[in-house]
Ligand binder design. Structure first.
Ligand SMILES: Nc1ncnc2c1ncn2[C@@H]1O[C@H](COP(=O)(O)OP(=O)(O)OP(=O)(O)O)[C@@H](O)[C@H]1O
Ligand SMILES: [Mg+2]
Length: 301
């Protein structure tokens, strides 16, 4: 759906993005992950031509973005800017309605969709009449997400959309985010420097450093098939937690206990959390840890 081919961008003679290539499949969430200044935002902005690439090509749905007018290109792309990027002199209602206004939607349709998204993003209706500076950073970010989702574009680019949220709200929004109906049919590129977020939301991850892509792969490939020491070191700090989170009950070959609400895609981490809250489940808990350890040994060869 999105193909980036050997794209580069220099600022003042210094490479910010250096011959990067990757693709995002239809309906995939691809995460661009890396430390501050590695070129994530520059990469994202080149995809909707907020920044023009110096060289290389970008295709969306087979079409070279250079052959389209930037305004037309952007009509098909929802964009969540880093730090929300809301218009300060517009109310929240007006901010969310920017694209519907361009598309000349009728007022009732815009209003219904606005309320629907507010609800899904845990925002109360009374924010609508306020201005962005009258909201917390995390609330502003959620308005930024609502604004990007409202027109239901096939492509969504999100630059650290959950960056200003505390961990508890973040966990809530992550699980809501994963179950949002409107995301099911989209191709999403999501930028983050948060390793856990990348693992939780990404189908695949592009790990970047100094304007280059170091490795692209599924969360499991990043952990168990690292291409070099940089990749291993990048995930070293959270490694065990990440391993528990990406292993599923199916991976461990554990018998399912549907009474507890588990299915084969439940992560070992979630299952252990639930089992640990009731001493009746001690045996199940211990067996799952054993099964996980056996699975893990087979991966690290
Ligand atoms: N308009 C600009 N003019 C000059 N240099 C720029 C410009 N925009 C970005 N850069 C530089 O390009 C590099 C990549 O910046 P970019 O914003 O893409 O990083 P990032 O990965 O998004 O970082 P962060 O996680 O801090 O948002 C940085 O060294 C930055 O200073
Ligand atoms: Mg950035």
């Amino acid at each position: 759906m999105i193909k980036v081919e050997s794209v580069s961008k220099n600022f003042n003679g210094k490479p910010a993005v250096d011959h990067i290539s990757f693709h995002a499949n239809d309906q995939e969430i691809l995460v661009l992950l890396g430390t501050s200044g590695c070129g994530k935002t520059t990469t994202l902005k080149m995809i909707n031509r907020l920044i023009e690439a110096d060289s290389g090509n970008i295709f969306i749905d087979g079409k070279n973005i250079r052959d389209q007018k930037p305004e037309e290109l952007r009509m098909g792309i929802g964009f969540v800017m880093q730090h929300a990027g809301l218009f300060p002199h517009y109310t929240i209602r007006q901010n969310i309605a920017v694209v519907p206004e361009l598309l000349k939607w009728d007022k009732v349709k815009t209003q219904n969709r606005t309320y629907e998204l507010l609800h899904k993003l845990h925002l109360s209706e009374d924010v609508l009449s306020r201005f962005p500076n009258e909201l917390s950073g995390g609330q502003q970010q959620r308005v930024g997400i609502a604004r990007a989702l409202i027109a239901n574009t096939p492509v969504l680019l999100m630059d650290e959309p959950f960056g200003a949220l505390d961990n508890i709200t973040k966990a809530d929004i992550h699980s809501e985010f994963k179950s949002l109906e409107e995301l099911k049919n989209k191709t999403i590129i999501l930028v983050t420097h948060d390793v856990q977020e990348a693992f939780e939301l990404g189908h695949r991850i592009c790990l970047m450093d100094k304007g280059k892509i170091i490795q692209t792969g599924t969360p499991k490939e990043m952990l168990y098939r690292p291409q070099n020491d940089f990749v291993t070191d990048f995930f070293a700090e959270n490694r065990l937690l990440l391993e528990y989170k990406i292993a599923t009950l199916k991976d461990t070959g554990t018998v399912l206990n549907s009474e507890l609400g588990f299915n084969e895609n439940t992560s070992v981490w979630d299952a252990l959390q639930k089992l640990s809250s009731d001493h009746k489940n001690t045996l199940y808990y211990e067996n799952l840890i054993k099964a996980f350890n056996d699975y893990r040994k087979l991966q690290i060869i």
